[in-house]
Design a protein around this ligand. Structure first.
Ligand code: GLN
Length: 477
């Protein structure tokens, strides 16, 4: 089925020519999910509901009333509120919790006739880079099952790579869509901060949190972004800017030549895997050979993006996660004697180790004695990083860099060393600290056959050109 063109538009065409139905499509994905259940990708599969919705959409297609995403099979990371469905952020502390309402993105997907097939595993509260911090166990990378798929939206990337759904919706606070996309060989978007409503997304670091999109094709991502982006009365931080027709603008012929920067610090980095460096160098040469301008520039602040992110995101997390107290929802410890022991025991038993580490770290950097030394200073560095990034993007259309320093690592390789795990986010956190959009695109493989991802970073709200340019990049051999 549709072996030659994995884009959703190819499926839609077949759908409208009656060559295939949405019900067939859902059956196909359900069979892949079943066949590959050992990868531990889905925490819930909504088979009956998805088949029912598919039949309704097939009917709408016959009547000519189907929405823009008619038949798009979507998986949701376990951080989005989907009414009457379980929601746990892969944490024990939300055991048994059922969502009361739809996130804005869920509402918009369903309104355009997308079909939600299930809820996907992730790192607990989206904190992690390998999907190993889940109360439901690790997810395996479908390309090499001894390796991690990345994180925190690792399962969402595997779902797309292995053909369990067409598109996954994840969240990217410090790289959680782009890093797994690069480890699994798919495309992953972190849009401009404030482009997509966060209403109904479980909060981790609110000033960084972005809804992100996975697919095998840039075209699918453009179409989905067009549907889910834009102002929302339920989230006052969402931009009021009009949402362009990303998919239409992408299909226009694009002979434009761009000005692209790469960072000398990245090229000189001693943690960058040689195969990734070589891939980046090849792309730079190909861009230059085809008439684009490519310059190496200095950006010494890059090294500060990681500590800045881990101070600010954990500070915000310590506040956001204070609501999980055993009183309001989810897990509650037994045998507690008073309200204080109820809070303490519930949180000690309900949160995993990494989440506890981050709450402690965040509380520490916000404490009266250390606030200025860490939190205030990190805010200042964040402003500087944003300012200098904007200065670069005033001179260049894009910055191109690796999404990750290495390809997918082995399961268990970094679990004993949190700093080693954090370092895998070295290049991805920059776009979150600066608030700008970035897209990770698959660009070949290393000597072991593992996918390499490069990311293109663009100016605020420049997603349309980001897609156009990334398409050029993906076409180079
Ligand atoms: N890997 C990063 C972290 O552990 C990013 C997570 C994310 O983007 N949600 O915080």
């Amino acid at each position: 089925m549709l072996k030659t063109d994995s884009r959703f538009s190819a499926f839609q065409q077949a759908l409208h020519q009656n060559k295939i139905s949405c019900v067939d499509r859902v059956h196909h994905h359900l069979s892949v999910i079943k066949e590959k259940s050992h990868l531990n990708v889905f925490l819930s599969v909504y088979d009956n509901e998805a088949l029912k919705k598919a039949a309704e959409v097939d009917q709408k297609i016959r009547e000519g009333t189907a929405g823009r995403l008619a038949g798009l099979v979507v998986g949701l990371k376990d951080v989005f509120s989907h009414q009457d469905h379980p929601l746990q952020a892969s944490s024990k502390i939300l055991n048994g919790f059922v969502a009361q309402y739809n996130a804005t993105i869920v509402e918009r997907l369903l309104d355009e006739d997308a079909i939600i097939i299930g809820r996907q595993n992730c790192d607990e509260f989206a904190m992690g880079s390998s999907n190993e911090n889940s109360a439901f166990g690790a997810t395996l990378n479908s390309i090499d099952e001894s390796r991690v798929p990345g994180g925190s939206s690792g399962a969402s990337a595997v779902a797309v790579a292995a053909g369990m759904c067409q598109v996954s919706i994840g969240s990217d606070t410090g790289g959680s869509v782009r890093q797994p996309a690069s480890f699994c060989g798919v495309v992953g978007l972190k849009p401009t901060y404030s482009r997509i409503s966060r209403h109904g997304l479980i909060a981790y670091g609110s000033s960084f949190d972005c809804v992100g999109i996975f697919s095998k094709s840039i075209e699918d991502i453009a179409l989905v972004l067009e549907v889910i982006a834009g102002s929302d009365e339920m989230d006052s931080t969402v931009s009021q800017r009009e949402v362009p027709s990303y998919s239409k603008e992408l299909s226009d012929d694009n002979p434009k030549k761009y000005k692209v920067a790469y960072l000398n610090e990245v090229m000189q980095s001693n943690v960058l895997q040689p195969a990734i460096k070589k891939t980046l160098q090849n792309k730079i040469e190909q861009l230059a050979a085809t008439g684009h301008t490519v310059d190496g520039i200095d950006f010494p602040l890059l090294a500060y993006a990681l500590p800045t992110y881990y101070i600010l995101a954990t500070a915000e997390a310590s506040s956001n996660l204070s609501r999980y107290d055993g009183v309001r929802y989810g897990y509650r410890s037994d045998n507690t004697k008073d309200i204080e022991s109820l809070y303490k025991k519930t949180r000690a038993e309900g949160f995993g180790k990494e989440v506890q580490r981050r709450i402690l770290l965040g509380t520490f950097v916000l404490s009266a004695n250390y606030y200025d030394a860490y939190y205030t200073k990190a805010q200042k560095v964040r402003n500087l990083i944003r300012k200098q990034t904007k200065e670069i993007l005033a001179q260049y259309d894009f910055i191109i860099m690796p999404t990750t320093p290495t390809t997918a690592f082995k399961l268990g390789e970094n679990t004993q060393d949190p700093i080693a795990m954090y370092l895998t986010d070295l290049f991805s956190v920059h776009a979150n600290v600066a608030g700008v959009p970035a897209l990770s695109v698959p660009c070949g493989h290393d000597e072991e056959g593992l996918p390499i991802g490069l990311q293109v970073v663009a100016n605020d709200f420049d997603e349309s050109r980001l897609f156009q340019f990334s398409k050029v990049l993906m076409k180079f051999e």
